[in-house]
Design a protein around this ligand. Structure first.
Ligand SMILES: NC(=O)c1ccc[n+]([C@@H]2O[C@H](COP(=O)([O-])OP(=O)(O)OC[C@H]3O[C@@H](n4cnc5c(N)ncnc54)[C@H](O)[C@@H]3O)[C@@H](O)[C@H]2O)c1
Length: 349
């Protein structure tokens, strides 16, 4: 049986481990975390393997056939380069790095070895993407408006932009990655950040943007806006939604949740002015009464992990939707937004 190892036994590591427990054709052989108790906890949950605090020692003793790297954004570099040097296929969590020089160095090393890689953009494996892509292929998209507003995740590094990359790079990269998946590559970005809403008194060590607004121009000419904030509490949060507007219809895409089409069915015309009174005096139907809905109904996180594992077991990486070389472009996209926030300039990719 091929051996799987994991580096980083925190929050997302636990999500992956939950999937691995259902896979009976691989051996969960080694778990590594700087905090050894976390690795020991994973060994207990897995019912197999050995705990380590040093990944080199784990590699020497376990000799894994594949590894999942689930460490914070500022910790990348040496682990990947040593993994590549040893020729071990790896799955790594987004964002891949916080500077493009490092990400490009890793990407070049992966390419030179011809190594199988995958990145944790699990939203790409959701069943709502097929109808969404079909819609985009058959309707000319004029513009996209997206947003994601929530609170501050509990991990201590998240609230320090130098360690997390900020919300756009750390979280909303999922939305930006889907935009690339659907619309192709961005050409240029302009981003503005806002601070001062969350104060260090309210949230100790807080040192990042409260929200940012980005304008993207894609190479195709389509424009998109993305507003993303971590300032909200309780009912002030709202779903991550991206509206893809065409001339006579639109698509509301909610990441990992559902996609809804308005105007495809001619009776949906009421949605244009939902809730108002029509010319003949009748109440128009509300948005919730119209539209064609497709809900997320697959375990896309498990599919994402399984696709990588199957690629390693069979030697065929063709089903991986986000190898390192592609995910790199989503990192470049979001880091360009950060650069625009810092300089006040439009940044060309
Ligand atoms: N794909 C997704 O939807 C998703 C969701 C959540 C988090 N993530 C990503 O996963 C990454 C980790 O996030 P998290 O929430 O699990 O963080 P976390 O802080 O809960 O866990 C990270 C773990 O890595 C360990 N670690 C750091 N450096 C290490 C090293 N050199 N060797 C061994 N262990 C090391 C830490 O001790 C910690 O236990 C982040 O990049 C985050 O963006 C992805």
């Amino acid at each position: 049986m091929q051996k799987l190892a994991m580096i980083g036994c925190g929050g997302i590591g636990s999500y992956h481990l939950g999937h691995f427990l259902n896979f009976k054709d691989i051996e969960l052989a080694g778990f590594c975390d700087l905090i050894i108790e976390r690795a020991e906890g994973f060994v207990k949950k897995a019912g197999s393997g050995k705990a380590y605090s040093d990944f080199i020692q784990m590699y020497n003793e376990v000799e894994p056939d594949m590894v999942f790297i689930c460490i914070p954004p500022s910790c990348h570099g040496f682990i990947e380069l040593e993994t590549i040097r040893r020729g071990i296929p790896f799955f790594v969590e987004k964002p891949l790095a916080l500077d493009m020089e490092l990400a490009n160095t890793i990407n070049d090393a992966v390419a030179a070895k011809g190594l199988t890689t995958a990145v944790g953009f699990q939203c790409r494996y959701d069943n709502i993407n097929e109808p969404a892509i079909d819609y985009i292929k058959s309707n000319r998209i004029v513009t996209v408006a997206g947003s994601r507003v929530g609170g501050i995740p509990g991990v201590p590094w998240w609230r320090i932009k130098a360690q997390s990359g900020g919300q756009l790079v750390e979280q909303t990269i999922h939305q930006m990655d889907i935009l690339r998946y659907f619309l192709g590559e961005p050409d240029r970005v302009y981003s503005v950040a806002t601070r001062g809403i969350i104060t260090p008194e309210k949230c100790p060590n807080y040192c990042t943007d409260d929200l940012s607004t980005t304008l993207v121009v894609f190479k195709s000419g389509v424009t998109a806006t993305m507003m993303t904030g971590c300032y909200s509490e309780n009912g002030a949060s709202w779903d991550s939604k991206m509206t893809f507007g065409s001339i006579s219809s639109r698509m509301d895409y909610r990441l990992c949740s559902d996609v809804r089409f308005f105007g495809i069915d001619k009776r949906d015309v009421a949605a244009e002015v939902a809730g108002t009174i029509s010319g003949d005096g009748t109440q128009r139907r509300s948005e919730s009464e119209v539209g064609i809905d497709v809900k997320s109904s697959v375990d896309f996180g498990t599919i994402c992990d399984r696709t990588f594992i199957d690629a390693v077991l069979t030697g065929d990486p063709s089903k991986i939707r986000s190898p390192y070389s592609d995910a790199l472009k989503s990192v470049a996209f979001t880091l360009a937004c950060n650069r625009s926030m810092e300089t006040g300039e439009v940044v060309k990719l």
